[in-house]
Design a protein around this ligand. Sequence first.
Ligand code: TRH
Length: 393
Amino acid sequence: MSVVPSMPWDVFCTVIDNYGDIGVTWRLARQLAREHDIPVRLWVDDLAAFRHIRPEIDPALDTQHLAGVEIRRWTSPLAAAEPGEVVIEALACDLPDEFVARMAAHSPPPVWLNLEYLSAEDWVAGVHGLPSPHPRLPLNKYFFMPGYTDQTGGLTRESGLSAERDAFQSAAGRPSSGSWCTDVAEDAIFFPPEELPADALRVSLFSYQNRALPSLLQAWASGGQAVHVMVPLGKAMPEIAAWFGEPMPSPGSVWRRGALTLRVLPMLDQDAYDRLLWSCDINFVRGEDSFVRAQFTARPLVWQAYVQNDDAHLAKLDAFLDRYCANLEAPLTALTRTFWRAWNEQADLGALWPRLRAALPALTAHARAWDTELAAQTDLATNLLTFCRKWLK
Ligand code: TRH
């Protein structure tokens, strides 16, 4: 499905903080190369951050190849390279002036896209595809908006994802199969299967700092059912360690209190993290990419949005919930909204957790229906190709 297979596409990524910028961009770059045979050149300004989600990355190299993608260090000034036929500024990063000047010197110029952050808000559809003329040069930059409707660019979703996930989930099944934790990563520092009671609730927790954490941990510890939680080292760890009265842990540490067993994970590579999400009964996720991937698990999730000025993230949260809960019955909608709001407003979750726990079977059925809806949409990479083809004729 490539436009002109021999012509590269340039994808630029600035890591602002954390892992979402490179996480989103890498998934797209890899899919364009793998599923559409596009020679992608991915320019990244922080290879050390990239290495956290893909350990094969060598931060010392100016050029390297992974999964069919050419990865270039984004230096200033940028290494000399002729622009490809499509240039993507991922997540609203700014292209170097000298590269833009080179783009303008081409006839016809490359298709220039600003791939924006994901939002479920209604205004997104109105902006998707709009041109933004360069103030001086004969170039247009087009907004490409990810989203949840056909009027947007869609979501990045690999073509075989549902089948791969379903096979994994049915093979892993309940822990009695003994395979789920060792499949997550080869170094088997996760739960030994023999330590996981058959009725244990499996949870992954990837969040920012959150004052609601102690109340959630307390609710897990004091509940009647075993809760096994996997937490990658990161932002939430100081609050978790403080609640357990422990110093900062290293990967592999296990803490127990009451019904709660919490295992500290290293940062996994992105594909292993996907499998961790598939393995759990409920996933706490954040930002953008883990949030989307959790929706693709067909299991319930709780999202902590990345905090923005003027509480813009709460508008994003509500907009998503409007869509997510559209076909959910009223009491479950109210519970989902209340729980997600409380998590994002960092309020006490002690009384809410038992209610959410009781609703998990119904929420699991809903999560599967939501994933089925998403799987029926055209994915972002395919939409991107269709869009570019229009301008490359
Ligand atoms: O890390 P995030 O918070 O990223 C961001 C950035 O803060 C960014 O500036 C902001 O704009 C954006 O969120 C909305 O959360 P996110 O988006 O979920 O990205 C995390 C990435 O890390 C994702 O690709 C999954 C990956 N990951 C792993 O590969 N291994 C792991 O063990 C974990 C926990 C995550």
